[in-house]
Design a protein around this ligand. Sequence first.
Ligand SMILES: [Zn+2]
Length: 485
Amino acid sequence: MLFLYNTLAHKKQKFEPIKAKAVSMYACGPTVYSAPHIGNFRAYLEQDILRRTLQHEGYKVTHVVNITDVGHLVGDANLGEDKVKLAAEREHKSARAVADFYTGEFTKDLEQLNILTPSVMPKATDHIKEMLSLIEALDKKGYLYKVPTGIYFDTSKFKEYGKLAKMTFEKLNKYLKAGARVERAAGLKNITDFAVWRFRKRESADDMVWDSKWGEGFPGWHIECSAMSMKYLGETFDIHCGGIDHIPIHHTNEIAQSEAATGKKFVNYWVHNNFLTVDGGKMAKSVGNIYTISQLVEKGYSPIAVRYLLISAHYRKKINFTLEALSNSANTLNGIYSFLQRLSSLESSAPLDKEFKMLAEEAHSKFFKDLNNDLNLPAALSAMHNLITETNRKMGHDLLSKADAKLVLEMMLELDSILGLQFEKNSKQDKKEIKGKIEKLIEERENARKAKDFKKSDEIRELLKNKYKIVIEDTKDGIRWHKEV
Ligand SMILES: [Zn+2]
């Protein structure tokens, strides 16, 4: 039984899907105008954990993540340039080429982070027809009005406007007025009103501009999510995910226009993840602390260590990313991998231990209990680490039976169906690969010694000893090494 914090209800609730064995889930996808950074992936990792948890509970999950390749304006404001169009001008490419390139980067990163591929990844530009028919429905019901820059949704006409943010229409108006980033388009009735269609004349054949009965232009960002989510998941679906920054504007507007058009409840559960900070502050180009997955991989970090770090905090709490924390995560992961390797190759004649089996089963059920309690991964992970510590202790005293080792290994692989930390792949030692790594390190150490970099050569000696149990001796005849027994 899964409990989730539902932003719409402002409390934790038992999850009950519309259909018995299936779950429909939507997440606002990337705007493909620049390389996605680790902050973006915090959301997709949280959603991946949610999806894996639902699948473990036996649900078939239809997971939709859209690709915003048009319509998202700079600063999310009512005025300004389209982000993809601006990037195209900057990179001297067509908007299509820019969008395709960064969509490719996004899917590559999803794969590197071992995030399950979404069931559907619809592009906004492939769904203009659906958006126009949603706009048409709103127009017929009298929710829209025209100003010189586009067609706007009159938020004062939707009586539950602001319910997600737990704000009244008046309160949200005040909130937006206080925010400097929202500019007021000429003719706007309320500051909370937003464009569903923006006018722009076609400048070239490949311009992202479409004809409509209201005039040439392109869709507003919010209408894209409503049109694509309802197309693939129905007018009412189970879960909508996204970052908490989307609550007061983007998601509030998605609800307003979807429910105004259909007269039905749009989404039952809204699940929002908190921010990621870097070195204690906001990520910013000017500070130079925006990390992408490929940059971290280039620096020698494993994307799975990034995954581990980002899922180790509760999704509703802020997480602070530092390179030091990433190194710690990599070390913890390596510790788990070598634990799994020892477990899978254990030779033991120790007898079965009923008490140990009970302890292992308790840890296993605590993991899933914590997970089902609003995805409390920090608690679930600590149950896993307790199991590792206890198992290690028994192994260290030669008291772990082969059958108990097998049981723990099976449990660990089951936990990894949620965690996605590649336990199975790393539970077997590839002897050839390891031999290659050791030989490379010995060569590096020799080069460091020749260059009189004794600090580095000592570090490599330590690494070989700690990680691979390799002892190095420098003799007159050259280097000798053997495995520590
Ligand atoms: Zn969205």
